[in-house]
Design a binder for this molecule. Sequence first.
Ligand code: 5GP
Length: 190
Amino acid sequence: MSKKPGLTVLAGPTAVGKGTVSTYIRDNYPQVWLSVSATTRAPRPGEQDGVHYFFKSKEEFAELVESGEFLEWAVVHGQNTYGTLKSTVDRAIAEGRSVLLEIDLQGARQVKKAVPDAQFVFLAPPSWEEMVRRLVGRGTETPEEQQRRLETAKLELAAEPEFDHTVINDDVRRAADELVSLMGLAPNPR
Ligand code: 5GP
């Protein structure tokens, strides 16, 4: 039986395509309220402040942590800091929206402690080889950064049993439709 929560957390290994699935959902499922995280990472080309992330300086991020503004936050890949702002998520849940967080595993574990009856969905790659291919193919990270992300990914793959459901990202649209169904919403007609 699926839980029917207001809050769904999507996590999974590096380069499994969480970002692609959430972009697809942002573009095709306006009924899903996709949380916009804060991050200390610099924007990539095309990324807009307030749409893809709230881009923060390290000092600004530290102040938000200090004042307890985050539902969860984590240093991802030992590099940049990312976090979910409590106030925005609380407001969306209070408005009855179906809220989706696309975050890393450390963050998912924090949300599980704070909101145990949220729904936790693990996005899995079709295979390890495919995941490596996707990470290298993206070409936005240095070889050292790719290696660091793969090490993280191995640990993350082992976390699958902690989740309520696994969705295999064999096809972005299919995976997004399955995720939306797990959120208790109707998938778009094909
Ligand atoms: P990217 O820098 O490629 O956009 O994201 C890197 C990683 O940060 C992804 O695994 C993504 O899931 C994770 N991430 C994005 N936002 C958050 C957040 O608010 N909290 C946590 N814990 N991880 C996040």
